[in-house]
Design a protein around this ligand. Structure first.
Ligand code: MF3
Ligand code: CO
Ligand code: CO
Length: 269
């Protein structure tokens, strides 16, 4: 953080993008740790026979017990009804925003992304991982591994002066080199006091293009990779996103801060 920001209590902006002060970054670190720990806690429950509703209910209980609230419960951006649960659980062909349901029981060989976003002291921590249920196929495991590696390669591009397009290019190159496709419609996003704000962070793109990164920017990197076509469909609940060909999709997400030195992953446990 630069000296100037250290003195500023209210967020500053650059080209309409919020730059967090050192004080705010501290709050983001705290909620980032909370989000990472929640995900770890839920991971210990993932096994055949568990319903996605049970994961949701434990997430809600744990979040409250830790003095936080879920940003997802009741979230209603334009064009969507209020999200009816506290976490997203996206199984197999579900790309993202799967809605926990007591009738949806995990079975051996499934993959499930759990996406959590607690709010602590007014700040959001947004992170997700895709977990293996029992013993998925070798191709499912490869999709999950490559997706996590794509997220980390995207994050590794981040430093002051780098561009948003560098992140997307790194992700797209590694995904396509491994025979997978990258979802275009859903992007990473600025996060802080607000859940979803500028800048948008596409998970595909051209090196050297797009917004230049600056210290104090905080956003998510959350690539979704598909086994087959990158095309998606929305279900009639207006939330659940699935692959058009019903093949598998995986996702990983971290919230990161651009620092003077490079990048800090705020949701690393
Ligand atoms: N956490 C998701 C993201 O990464 C957003 C979920 S919004 C919800 O941006 F309403 F579906 F929960
Ligand atoms: Co998320
Ligand atoms: Co997000």
């Amino acid at each position: 953080m630069n000296n100037q920001n250290l003195l500023i209590l209210e967020p500053t902006t650059h080209r309409g993008i919020v730059l967090l002060s050192a004080r705010e970054l501290d709050k983001m670190r705290r909620v980032g740790q909370l989000a990472a720990n929640l995900l770890k806690h839920l991971e210990s429950m993932v096994q055949p026979g568990v319903s996605t509703q049970m994961l949701n209910d434990e997430a809600e209980r744990w979040t409250q017990a830790n003095g936080a609230i879920s940003a997802q419960l009741g979230y209603a951006p334009p064009g969507h009804p209020p999200f009816p649960r506290s976490i997203c659980t996206s199984v197999n062909e579900v790309v993202c925003h799967g809605i926990p349901n007591p009738k949806q029981i995990l079975k051996d060989g499934d993959i499930i992304n759990i996406d959590v976003t607690p709010i602590l002291d007014g700040y959001h921590g947004d992170t997700s991982k895709t977990f293996l249920v029992g013993n998925p196929s070798a191709s499912a495991r490869k999709l999950v591994e490559v997706t996590q590696e794509c997220m980390m390669r995207g994050i590794a591009e981040i430093k002051p002066g780098a561009r948003v397009g560098d992140i997307g290019a790194a992700i797209q190159e590694y995904a396509e080199a491994n025979g997978f496709s990258v979802v275009r419609e859903m992007v990473g996003h600025g996060v802080g006091r607000q859940f979803h704000t500028e800048p948008q962070i596409p998970h595909y793109g051209k090196r050297g293009s797009g917004l230049k990164l600056r210290p104090g920017m905080v956003f998510t990197v959350e690539p979704m990779l598909n086994e087959g076509t990158r095309e998606i469909k929305f279900l009639s609940d207006l939330w659940t996103v699935i692959t058009k060909d019903k093949k598998l999709s995986a996702q990983f997400e971290h919230t990161v801060a651009v620092t003077e030195k490079g990048v800090e992953i705020l949701t690393l446990p």
